[in-house]
Write a protein that binds this ligand. Structure first.
Ligand code: UDP
Length: 418
């Protein structure tokens, strides 16, 4: 198949760890690589956020990234990109010329809008659109309330993407419920989870050197909803219980450790650690390049993922692939990936005492922790290879192509929902 991926803010070529660069970038990059390896031709369209970027980057055989000018060629918060989606659609359509692809796979609601617009104007018959939301505005609003910076239009445009796409890919079972509640017809939803790069993340490489203390690691974009503050609170509770020889390594942020003073979330976390008297055992590492991530994960006794909510969460899979046990809030994708008592421990969200209790259980019982880690590795490789995800995704493309053969498929932007 000729496949166009559209990912407006999340370029597969971006550095990870900043506010808007995380799981979606990894997903688009790894899925595209896996689809290209299966013999498809993949073009990834993403917004030009630097004037120096080349128009096209050939990543490997069958996989190319195309930078489309849509709005100023500057890094902009993803929530500010809606006004430029028409331009993105025009750029994608222009690049297709007279040869539109077999299928468009859009990522995040705004790319969905641009893709539906481009797809309905392509050729005589349009192009089927498969959509992955990665995150849902309804869920974000529920948890973030007034802090949610999404444009107000998301409330009605996002569900319209769900209803108009030929097929919607949920990444976990929890998302299926949310999609149905949004009005997406059940018979147009498939599940294709995120995956983990098993050739990079494995238990057999070196671990980053560390001191004698136990080490807990928290990895991800430094945004409040990731709940890293809860891990700091848990660290203080562990100390109060007498477990003092524990450090918390925090990975992620807008830059490497040297530039973290200007990262507001890093400053907030550090202030909290100081106020709780654990700043000497909280290590803020900043962004870590992908290739170094496995060694960082392997250096930890446990990885903590304590988000308030989580559309999917690739970090737990990466830890599992490295045979490191995971303590995770029982939310979103983490309900599917982490099996309580088998590959890690679930805790309720926003509950530092539960987090501390789970971490204490693992740190005081290393054999149990190793058993969970080994089972996690097995689960990650059996279920979450990108090759397997690509296969699930391919099936969804086939279903969309089948549906596309039926007349009256696509509705114009702003048109009546199906
Ligand atoms: N990541 C990274 N370097 C960092 C911070 C994060 O490579 O400094 C990667 C991390 O290993 C994972 C991704 O960014 O692959 C985060 O994905 P996840 O799904 O856990 O969270 P999201 O960013 O989607 O909320």
């Amino acid at each position: 198949m000729r496949i166009s991926m559209v990912s407006e803010h999340a370029s597969p070529l971006a550095a990870l760890g900043g506010v808007d660069a995380g799981g979606q970038n990894v997903h688009v990059a790894a899925l595209s690589v896996a689809l290209a390896a299966r013999g498809h031709t993949v073009q990834v369209y993403t917004r030009r956020d630097d004037p120096g970027l080349p128009d096209r980057v050939q990543v490997q055989d069958g996989l190319e990234v195309v930078h489309v000018t849509a709005g100023p060629a500057l890094p902009l918060p993803k929530d500010d990109l809606l006004p430029y989606m028409g331009q993105l659609a025009d750029g994608v359509l222009a690049d297709w010329g007279t040869e539109p692809p077999d299928v468009v796979h859009s990522h995040f609601w705004m790319s969905g809008l641009a893709s539906l617009e481009a797809a309905r104007n392509a050729g005589d018959e349009g192009v089927p659109v498969v959509h992955t939301f990665h995150a849902l505005g309804t869920v974000k609003k529920r948890h973030q309330g007034a802090e949610d910076t999404s444009p107000p239009e998301r409330a009605w445009l996002e569900p319209s993407v769900g209803r108009r796409a030929d097929r919607v890919l949920a990444t976990c079972s929890d998302e299926v419920f949310e999609l149905k509640a949004m009005g997406v017809p059940t018979n147009r939803i498939s599940i294709a989870p995120c995956g983990v790069d098993l050739s990079l993340f494995s238990s057999t490489g070196p671990a980053e050197p560390r001191g004698r203390r136990h080490r807990i690691a928290a990895v991800g974009r430094l945004v409040p909803r990731k709940g890293v503050d809860l891990a700091i609170r848990a660290l203080a509770l562990l100390r109060d219980e007498g477990l003092e020889d524990v450090e918390l390594l925090i990975v992620g942020g807008s830059s490497d450790s040297a530039g973290l003073e200007s990262d507001p979330e890093a400053r907030r976390l550090l202030a909290l650690a100081r106020s709780l008297g654990v700043a000497d055992r909280v290590l803020l590492r900043g962004q870590v390049p992908r290739e170094q991530m496995p060694a960082v994960l392997r250096s930890a006794d446990a990885v903590v993922c304590a988000p308030w909510y989580e559309p999917f969460g690739i970090v737990p899979l990466e830890a599992m692939a490295c045979a490191v046990p995971v303590v995770a809030s029982a939310v979103g994708g983490l309900i599917d990936t982490v099996v309580h008592g088998k590959t890690g421990l679930h805790v309720p969200p926003r509950d530092p005492a539960a987090l501390a209790a789970a971490l204490s259980e693992l740190l005081q019982n290393p054999r149990y922790a190793r058993r969970l880690g080994a089972a996690g590795k097995q689960r990650a490789s059996a279920r979450y290879s990108w090759d397997r995800v690509a296969l699930d995704t391919e099936k969804a493309y086939q279903l969309a192509l089948g549906a596309a053969a039926r007349p009256g498929r696509l509705q114009p932007l702003g048109g009546k929902a199906l």
